[in-house]
Design a protein around this ligand. Structure first.
Ligand code: G7M
Length: 348
């Protein structure tokens, strides 16, 4: 049975690249994926009309997206399919052609005074839905896309060293897609800018979730220097961070005509991939993962490091974990996560 609509801001069902097969955003234990089918090698065609739905993992009414578990009639194993409504085009002529053309159908629901309500069926070209298929999907993919209760972790540096870091190191998350980009083995056409200096250089590339609309612009800066995450940063990284900020914004201004002041530039903590990367998003795009307890502005990070080189080995960093996720379990068994309520504690 379909799960109830979720109102959480969940980045799992965020805009995805058009019919992108075997992608693996934000998937843990990616060593389990079928690495023979990544972007660097040819894809096997899947016939989506053979997809049989077995369970709705989450249905997000705010994002207008749905994540479904199922199988292909002609194939072994499970698949996860993510469907998401696209944002509307800005171009007025496209709007006229797509939505107010004689081929557009309007089915009237009611008229009341000056108000009229319809179901609109845009022309075929403009009524598509972003579709991402993960096949074969592991149990980890399924868990990842399921709707879960959320809990806040206040991670001290001590907890990072004793709980988070051993977990990150043990789960051997695949960073192959990043290596492929940095070594020009994949997505070369999506590279916007590159500075090959080994200490301060980086590749600026469009995020594979970007739907090619300027008002949802989303890019990533991937440094050549290997740094796990925000937690590892200190003042020695300032030249790299300043270069990412300055050269990244200049490249975006040149290519997309968007000024630095209309960009949201941030890190995720926790990220999905433990290879430091910076997100560049159009400011007016409410991208998934721009919220507190997840996003850390590059400008704030630079300023913190300018004030205090060891800021990120001192600060408490708070973030959200899913119930029953490995980090949830680890923090809970360590006594670092309070899940009791007045009901269970019988408080006065
Ligand atoms: O949450 P985190 O900060 O780790 O975000 C990782 C970002 O990498 C997400 O915005 C993904 O959409 C993006 N991403 C993930 N993969 C696997 C790829 C990929 O293969 N290519 C590109 N261009 N972006 C990716």
């Amino acid at each position: 049975m379909a799960e109830k609509c979720a109102n959480v801001n969940d980045s799992d069902c965020s805009p995805a690249k058009k019919v992108k097969l075997n992608d693996e955003d934000a998937i843990e234990n990616t060593d389990e994926r079928n690495t023979s089918e990544n972007d660097a090698t040819p894809e096997t065609e899947l016939n989506l009309s053979n997809f049989k739905v077995t369970k709705v993992l989450q249905n997000n009414c705010v994002r207008k997206s749905i994540c479904i578990k199922g199988t292909f009639e002609d194939r072994e194993g499970l698949a996860v399919v993510l469907l998401e409504q696209k944002s509307f085009p800005h171009d007025e002529s496209i709007l006229e052609k797509g939505f107010f053309d004689e081929k557009t159908l309007f089915r009237k629901h009611f008229t009341n005074d000056i108000y009229r309500n319809y179901d609109c069926f845009p022309t075929e070209e403009y009524n598509s839905i972003q579709t991402t298929v993960i096949y074969p999907a592991t149990q980890n993919h399924i868990e990842k896309y399921k709707r879960h209760e959320l809990y806040m972790i206040d991670e001290t540096y001590e907890l990072y060293q004793q709980v988070t870091l051993p977990y990150i190191e043990s789960k051997s998350l695949s960073l192959e897609w990043i290596t492929n980009i940095l070594e020009h083995k994949a997505e070369q056409e999506s590279i916007i800018y590159e500075d090959s200096d080994k200490d301060t250089g980086f590749v600026l590339i469009t995020d594979f979730k970007w739907d090619k609309q300027l008002d949802t612009l989303k890019l990533l800066a991937l440094p050549f220097q290997k740094i796990k995450s925000l937690r590892e940063l200190n003042a020695s990284h300032l030249p790299l961070l300043r270069n990412i900020r300055d050269a990244g914004t200049t490249a975006i201004s040149k290519k997309f005509n968007i000024p630095a002041s209309q960009l949201r530039i941030y890190f995720h903590y926790q990220p999905s991939y433990y290879y430091l990367h910076v997100h560049f998003c159009y400011l007016m795009f409410e991208a998934p993962g721009i919220y507190v307890a997840k996003a850390h502005l590059l400008s704030t990070v630079i300023s913190n490091l300018e004030l205090m080189s060891d800021y990120y080995t001192k600060a408490v960093l708070s973030y959200v974990v899913f119930k029953d996720s490995p980090l949830y379990e680890k923090f809970k068994s360590r006594g670092a996560l309070e899940t009791s309520t007045c009901e269970t504690l019988d408080c006065k």
